[in-house]
Design a protein around this ligand. Structure first.
Ligand code: SF4
Length: 465
């Protein structure tokens, strides 16, 4: 306990911006699709700015995927994503069809311009390297510009650190504004709330204005745009039927689940069934490479939209309450990222579905008007009951267990709110900070075969059909 207190006392403040955290992009994986696409695009920008004498010698680009990116990169479309980035795509403007076209035409070459020079790149530039390596992050990729004799002209070692965030060797955090109400733990967030008299969503909004320089109306507009992408992903998923990509032969079920439950005689079954169908809808879109919002990751992208869609359509909560709830959910998600991790490859699925469920619980509790201690307790309960959850996607596809797991995460979030609102705050024993620290410790000690490598758990026990 004293060690935990010491760790928590020394935490630097959270400086993540909401719109870095919630990103729009194509699925199926934030760390294996969105991050690699950003790395590919960043590399293209870096080599475009190299001196003329280096550019004149450029002949080819080689990408080596390491760790989990190599182990499950094919199922996650990592090779297509990094290539899409190199040829000029960025996740927020890249429809899923770009990745599908690359995949369908594996021999195709793409010309890229480096000032006056043109070179060609294709899927054959992407190599799958060792799963075990010495780089500081599991999800590592080396991108190299070579001359005609395969001499190295320029190289960057990139890390896809979860949620679509990337770093590289020598990376330094971008200089920008500091949060006006700094907090590094939930405990500190409570202190800031008490000092200022602000509500949680107001405090997060003021921090966002101070970090990004955006105005309040601009932030609200961007939040509304994010929520629209989430609603669209639910609607698209409910309209689409058929089999998902890949050789597992998994059928889309969102529409059938909705049909089954929307007229059910039992009111509770109707609501649970609808939330399940919404979560399936987004997760199936994600598995098909459709555009979703990382919340906090692609693999877990169905949890928050499922509850948000239900809050809007089945619980009659207004847009303002939803926006405020989403801000509270961001506070929880950013604390989880800051003090543990949100990538399956770093801390297992507890960091993806567990964090998404915790965020969704905070969102619902806050939108329903409960105070910050109830919001914390709801978030804590949802996270606590995902601790230890491994990441073991069958065949390397974000389908089994991921799609059902999104529905389970959304339902658990709902139940966490029921539990948190039915107890006396003072009787709640576990803090959100303690649950996050536990997730961190479990994640760091989790065997690598349970961290998005498809080398253990369900990924090896399921006999693929
Ligand atoms: S098992 Fe969980 S962490 Fe792993 S890919 Fe699926 S949703 Fe993401």
């Amino acid at each position: 306990m004293s060690e935990l207190k010491e760790i928590l006392r020394n935490r630097p403040p959270v400086e993540t911006a909401i719109f870095d955290f919630f990103k729009v992009g194509p699925g199926p994986s934030s760390s294996h699709t969105i991050g690699p696409m950003k790395a590919g695009n960043d590399f293209y920008n870096k080599i475009s700015a190299l001196p003329d004498d280096l550019i004149s010698k450029a002949a080819e680009i080689e990408v080596t995927l390491l760790g989990s990116l190599s182990a499950t990169g094919v199922g996650h479309g990592t090779d297509s994503a990094v290539l899409a980035g190199i040829i000029g795509n960025i996740p927020e403007k890249c429809p899923g069809s770009v990745l599908q076209d690359i995949k369908k035409n594996p021999e195709k070459k793409y010309e890229i311009k480096l000032k006056n020079k043109s070179i060609t790149v294709g899927l054959d530039c992407i190599k799958f390297g060792p799963v075990k390596h010495d780089s500081p992050y599991n999800n590592t990729m080396l991108i190299t510009l070579l001359d005609a004799n395969r001499n190295n002209l320029f190289e960057v070692e990139y890390y896809s650190v979860g949620g679509g965030f990337i770093q590289w060797k020598g990376w330094k955090e971008e200089e920008r504004g500091k949060p006006v109400h700094p907090y590094g733990t939930m405990k500190e967030l409570h202190m800031r709330l008490q000092e200022t008299g602000l509500t949680m969503h107001e405090l997060i909004l003021e921090n966002e204005m101070s970090i990004t320089g955006l105005t309040r109306p601009q932030i609200c507009e961007k939040l509304d745009e994010l929520m629209d992408v989430m609603y669209d992903s639910v609607k698209r998923g409910l309209n689409n039927v058929g089999k998902l990509p890949g050789h597992l032969g998994v059928w889309r079920k969102a529409q059938a689940i909705l049909e089954q439950y929307k007229t059910n005689n039992f009111e509770a079954d109707r609501l649970m069934g609808k939330i399940n169908s919404y979560a399936f809808a987004v997760s199936e879109e994600n598995a098909s490479g459709g555009v979703i919002v990382t919340a906090p990751t692609c693999g877990a992208a169905g949890v928050i939209p499922a509850l948000l869609y239900a809050m809007r359509n089945d619980m009659s909560l207004g847009d303002r309450a939803l926006r405020e709830g989403l801000l509270a959910s961001a506070a929880v998600g950013m604390l989880c990222k800051h003090n543990a991790g949100i990538a399956g490859a770093e801390v297992g699925c507890q960091g993806e579905i567990g964090v998404a469920s915790s965020m969704a619980a905070a969102m619902l509790a806050h939108a329903r008007g409960y105070d910050a201690s109830v919001v914390e307790n709801a978030a804590e309960i949802a996270l606590e009951h995902h601790l230890g959850l491994t990441c073991d996607p069958v065949g390397g596809y974000v389908q089994i267990p991921c799609i059902e797991r999104n529905a389970m995460g959304a339902i658990k979030a709902y139940n966490a709110v029921l539990l948190a609102t039915a107890e006396k705050n003072t009787q709640h024993k576990v803090s959100l900070d303690a649950a996050i620290m536990a997730m961190n410790e479990i994640g760091r000690n989790m065997n690598i075969k349970f961290k998005e490598t498809s080398a253990g758990g369900l990924a090896v026990s399921v006999v693929e059909c």
